[in-house]
Design a protein around this ligand. Structure first.
Ligand SMILES: Nc1ncnc2c1ncn2[C@@H]1O[C@H](COP(=O)(O)OP(=O)(O)OP(=O)(O)O)[C@@H](O)[C@H]1O
Length: 262
């Protein structure tokens, strides 16, 4: 059985060093995501949030440190479908018209053997994903005709179609209006209730704040905070990350990470 034990991190980075063209961006990051958590990665522009996510997804290699997925060293990990990804700046529109349902169903391919036919179970999972993001009634519409927020939800449903245990979302609220952010929060709450673990990158949490169980903040490629949401925002989740208030104190159980984790 390859499933992780409850307390075992589903993602674990130890002393992660990574960057681009020899320039380090992550400079020794320790990070753990445990089953059932919703962890928000926060930090200023360029602090390395997306890079950390890309490392977890295997898109950027580590030049130092270690990555484990479901307790398995990343080099030996073969079950990519267990991790779903909703990219940051990506639209689902192209020159070729596609319905919402087609886009979502394409996410099912990660779970399928080559050339196998669509089964009743596939249809069920695709419909459940559409329902989760509140787009079932729009399934036959051309994605190009949807709003930005609805397109983002289509991408989330596409990731859900592979039934991931961990969902990684890079700035899911960026450019999304308030109504769509509320739907996103509801979607996340449903996913968590269903057992999905979530890692997301954000600048502001807004309506997502009640769903987030922990904040990890990066600054200059290092984790500077790991703890509860409230302590990080100083009670104002709409306030952006800039002042790093958690570095001021650890009043609500926050952990200040200015030394390697023991
Ligand atoms: N593909 C790339 N090639 C070269 N440099 C990159 C690449 N992607 C990111 N960088 C650089 O790495 C640094 C960290 O970028 P990263 O996208 O991880 O930060 P971030 O915290 O996610 O920022 P933002 O909030 O602006 O998205 C930045 O200086 C950025 O310019």
């Amino acid at each position: 059985m390859s499933a992780a034990r409850p307390a075992e991190p589903v993602v674990r980075l130890a002393g992660a060093v990574a960057g681009y063209e020899g320039r380090p961006v992550l400079r020794g990051v320790d990070f753990a995501l445990r089953r059932g958590e919703v962890v928000a990665l926060l930090g200023p522009n360029g602090s390395g949030k997306s890079t950390l996510v890309r490392v977890v997804l295997g898109l950027v290699p580590l030049s130092g440190g270690a990555l484990e997925l479901f307790g398995v060293p990343a080099q030996r990990f073969r079950e990519r479908a267990r991790i779903g990804y909703v990219p940051q700046r990506h639209t689902v529109t192209s020159g070729v018209p596609s319905t919402v349902r087609e886009v979502v169903a394409s996410g099912r391919l990660a779970r399928k053997r080559p050339f196998s036919l669509t089964t009743a179970r596939d249809r069920e999972v695709v419909e459940a994903a559409l329902r989760t993001v509140h787009l079932l009634e729009k399934q036959h519409e051309d994605v190009a005709h949807l709003s930005g927020g609805q397109q983002r939800r289509t991408l989330i449903a596409r990731a859900l179609a592979s039934e991931p245990e961990v969902l990684v979302m890079d700035e899911p609220t960026a450019g999304v209006d308030a109504a769509n952010q509320e739907i996103l929060a509801d979607t996340m709450a449903r996913l968590v209730a269903g057992g999905t673990t979530i890692l997301l990158v954000a600048h502001e949490l807004g309506p997502l704040e009640p769903v987030v169980t922990r904040v990890v903040a990066l600054r200059d490629g290092r984790a500077t905070y790991d703890g509860p949401v409230a302590a990080w925002f100083g009670g104002d989740p709409h306030h952006a990350h800039g002042a790093a208030p958690a570095e001021r104190g650890t009043g609500l159980g926050a952990v200040r990470l200015d030394r390697p984790a023991g």
